[in-house]
Design a protein around this ligand. Structure first.
Ligand code: ZN
Length: 219
């Protein structure tokens, strides 16, 4: 089957499910969306947030970009699309939590860690975008000089989630909502090799499993 036909067939199944078999959900969603969660995820085709987290349409408001990054508040005009989506979710939709969902084997982080010399041309979009996570790269190289490339990439994937959480905290509308007790921030990491979900614990200063790999439970 050609790819494009799979997509059209997929929509027909979606149509059958949500407009024929169980039409109530979309009938309600036509009145408006009320997601309680904003999720910042990666573009990677293997980490679809709604699929990973078992969500129905309307459950999560999602921003996806290369390496699931939140730019700093003082960003240049070219990076404001992500911040606009976050502002909409916090101020208009009044979500109660923001999850930054990173993942193993992230191509964006690999590009960052493999960086030799930084391109600075006008059209080096990936380079300029990944500059957001450059402090994570520097931190990992400094703290893990003996580690393998794979270990460093994993550490950078997780460290960049913390940079995004810090950048979130510095957005005035996010800070206001957090201070008022109406918003919480979370850093999650999908280990797609082990099939596990980890969450950042500030107390442990580490990513700890919240859903363990299946083989661990069976052991
Ligand atoms: Zn990625």
């Amino acid at each position: 089957m050609r790819d494009i036909e799979r997509l059209v067939d997929g929509f027909q199944r979606f149509q059958q499910q949500y407009y024929e078999d169980a039409p109530t959900l979309y009938r309600n969603l036509c009145e408006g969306q009320h997601p309680s969660t904003l999720l910042v995820g990666c573009c990677d085709s293997r980490v679809d947030p709604a699929m990973l987290l078992g969500c129905d349409p309307g459950d999560i408001f999602t921003v996806r970009n290369v390496a699931n990054l939140v730019p700093p508040a003082s960003t240049d005009r070219g990076l404001q699309g992500v911040l606009a989506a976050i502002q909409f979710a916090v101020e208009q939709l009044q979500v109660s939590r923001i999850i930054v969902l990173g993942h193993a084997h992230c191509g964006g982080i690999r590009a960052l860690m493999d960086r030799r010399t930084r391109g600075d041309g006008e059209t080096d979009y990936l380079e300029r975008w990944m500059d957001i996570a450059e402090p994570a790269r520097r931190q990992v190289l400094q703290q893990m000089p003996q580690a393998s490339a794979a270990e460093r990439r994993r550490a950078c994937e997780q460290a960049s989630i913390l940079i995004s959480l810090r950048n979130l905290e510095e957005l005035p509308f996010v800070r206001r909502a957090v201070d008022a007790g109406g918003l919480t921030l979370h850093g999650w990491y999908f280990d797609l090799v082990a099939g596990a979900l980890l969450a950042y614990s500030a107390r442990a200063d580490a990513f700890l499993p919240i859903v363990c790999p299946l083989f661990t439970e069976l052991a």
